[in-house]
Each structure stands twice: as C-alpha cells, then as structure tokens.
Design a protein around this ligand. Sequence first.
Ligand code: PGA
Length: 240
Amino acid sequence: MRILIAQSTEEFGALAFNEMIKIIKSNPSCTLGLATGSTPIPLYDAMAKDHAENGTSYKNVTTFNLDEYVGLPKEHPESYISFMKKNLFSRIDIDMKNVNIPNGQADDIAAECKRYSALLEKASVDIQVLGIGGNGHIAFNEPGTPFDSKTHRVQLTQKTISDNARFFSTIDEVPKSALTMGIGEIMRAKKLLLLANGKNKADAVYNMIKGPVTTDCPASVLQNHPDVVVILDQSAAEKI
Ligand code: PGA
C-alpha cells in the first residue's frame, strides 16, 4: 500500500489525477472504476481540466460506477448518474454508451444486481477509485458485508443516511437503500485508488491501514490487495 499525503485540495486532486492519467495514457481503451461523493471531486476537476487543456480523450474508455440509490429518479440532482454527468461525464468526451452504473430504478432489483455482476465479471477494471465512509464502508458495503460479496442491495445505516443528508433538503429525502458493487468485485480491479479527506475519516483511515483485516471495517480488506494507492489530506492522515 502506497500512502500519499496532500497539503492542499489542489495537490490532493493532482496526486489522484497522476495515478489516473498514467493508466489512461498507457491504454486509451482502459476501464475505469469511478466513485461519487465529495472526495473525488478534485480528481474529476483535474481530469476535466486536462481534457480541456491537453485533449486527453475518453472516447474509447469504459467506466463502471460503484453504486446508485434505489428509487431516486435518474434525473434527480442527487442520483449518482446525475452526479457523474455533472462532475465528470459532461466535461470530457466519453461515449455514454460506455458508461455503466447500477440502475436503482429497475423493476426487478435482484435481476439488475445479476446483470451488473455479469458485466463486471467480463470486464477488467484497470483502476478503481474509492472513497471511505466514516464507518469504514467502501462503496455502500457497510460493516459486516462479506469480503466475497457481489453487487447487491443494501439498507443504508443510520450513520450513512445522516452523512449523506447534507446533499438533500431534509434527512427524510435520503433514500434508505442502494445498489452497490460488492467487495469481491471491487477487489478484482487491478489497482485501487482510495481517497479520503477530513477529520471525520481519520479513525476509518487508521482502521483501514493499521487495524486488523475484518469485516467490521470493510476498507481493511484493501490490505489484501497487491496494488493500492491511498491519497489523504492531513486531517484524514492524523491518526496513522
Ligand atoms: P464522501 O463519501 O466522499 O462524500 O465523504 C465517501 C463515502 O462515503 O464512501
């Protein structure tokens, strides 16, 4: 595990971008695993800036997102597909046919999970971006999720619902469940890029890096992956 600590938001984005661009340059038809949340925004800003300034093309890039809320219309500003369009896809030349994200509005949620798992099984994700929850979750894999899990529906914990309430006008609007890529599928990516900032992530970051490998802290499974880069700001790094 390689751990890099950024001194500013700009450096945080630049360090993460540096890992991404190496992959895209070495294979313009690569497959990227993407994440939502506030943490990857500096990375997406850096990718958009580079596309505008240097013309890096994403025409042949395929993407897989980690998760999506269940029941939120795709057009809702807080759906994860809306987040991705706003923060990245509308700012680069990606072909939306190559974008994959679980469909949280599917009539048959179990069938949708199987469809997404089957796509992931055929794919080979070159780099997977990850955030971390205050409780150590990765994607929406909450504590207790088996390490070999595949795409599944989760009931969000009260902690995750209250963490995400800041994006909605009231806490009651936060969806109570989501579809998430499983931990087993995340671990199949060739490289993992975990990003964390803020004091509220410091305990989870400590447990991920220094704690035992246990489903109590889903992110601790990263200790079992051969190629992980962790990028932190100083607050998230304060306990390691
Ligand atoms: P955040 O979410 O980037 O909005 O903090 C990360 C996560 O909960 O995985």
